[in-house]
Design a protein around this ligand. Structure first.
Ligand code: KIV
Length: 276
């Protein structure tokens, strides 16, 4: 019996998973890549059903879900918890899980140990790590261990205190060096966060792997947004580079207000919702 024949039998054929090769093909064809964050079963299901290429279980979970003021408090255990839920919800998109601070700074072996746990315990297909050219050896070590890595340069939220806030990164030479080092180390894609359009375009042209931009203009190989920003469910002021495609917070607030009024006026439950 082959490994394929021994594979999971679920009845309906599982959709073919987006792989690193598909992203390389998108880069070669000039087709923009879509990536959105998800942190739980409903957002994972919705992102997968929308047909996005990649679903990112970002360490932004610490901010948008847990209400912390940075991504720094996210722990490996929390990333694995959310990553496992999202991986079960997503059948087709590539699931990428963030390595939380400070694992990419603790050496190659510590990063391999952590990333291997992420892959084994969540079922995701890749990890993402924030870093400069200084973390290229860690990316190379992970890739040598068979772990697909997405790089993340520019505004690195885990370094917010060192960078002096959530602001545009404008040192073109350093940004190019960081992105090139990630790609040379074997990253299959590189996120560019809060980078001026011209620099992002230059980096995108110079790398053989796709760039995925957030606040980096329209010339990147793809775009990523935080789910809660995209669907209008964020409580913090959203950055100017975000476009909200829905007012989920408004819809939920209105539903709750109407339901509360119905309860208080004894309009809920009505005959349709009354059993027996
Ligand atoms: O954690 C996250 O959501 C991210 C995206 C903003 C790229 O890293």
């Amino acid at each position: 019996m082959t490994a394929a024949e021994r594979g999971p039998k679920t009845g309906a054929a599982a959709p073919r998973r987006v792989t690193v090769h598909d992203l390389a093909a998108a880069r070669a064809a000039g087709r923009p890549i879509s990536m959105v964050t998800a942190y739980d079963w409903p957002t994972g299901r919705l992102a997968d059903a929308a047909g996005v290429d990649c679903v990112l279980v970002g360490d932004s979970v610490a901010m948008v879900v847990a209400g912390r003021d940075s991504t720094i408090p996210a722990t490996l255990g929390q990333m694995i918890y959310h990553g496992e839920i999202v991986s079960r919800a997503v059948a087709r998109s590539m699931v990428v899980v963030d390595l939380p601070f400070p694992l990419q700074h603790l050496g190659v072996r510590a990063a391999i140990r952590a990333a291997a746990r992420v892959l084994k315990e969540t079922g995701c297909q890749a990890v993402k790590l924030e870093g400069t050219a200084g973390q290229a050896d860690v990316i190379a070590g992970l890739v040598a261990a068979g772990i697909p890595v997405m790089g993340h340069v520019g505004l690195r939220p885990q370094a917010v205190h060192q960078l002096g806030g959530y602001r545009m990164q404008r040192d073109g030479e350093a940004l190019l060096a960081d992105a090139a080092a990630a790609a040379a180390a074997g990253a299959f894609a590189v996120v560019l966060e809060c980078v001026p359009r011209e620099i992002a375009a230059l980096i995108t042209r110079s790398l053989e792997v796709p760039t995925i931009g957030i606040g980096a203009g329209p010339d990147c190989g793809g775009q990523v947004l935080v789910m809660h920003d995209l669907v209008g469910l964020s409580f913090d002021r959203v950055p100017r580079f975000v476009r909200s495609y829905a007012d989920t917070k408004g819809s939920v607030a209105q539903a709750l207000a109407v339901w509360k009024a119905d309860v208080e006026a004894r309009r809920f439950p009505g005959p349709a919702e009354t059993l027996g």
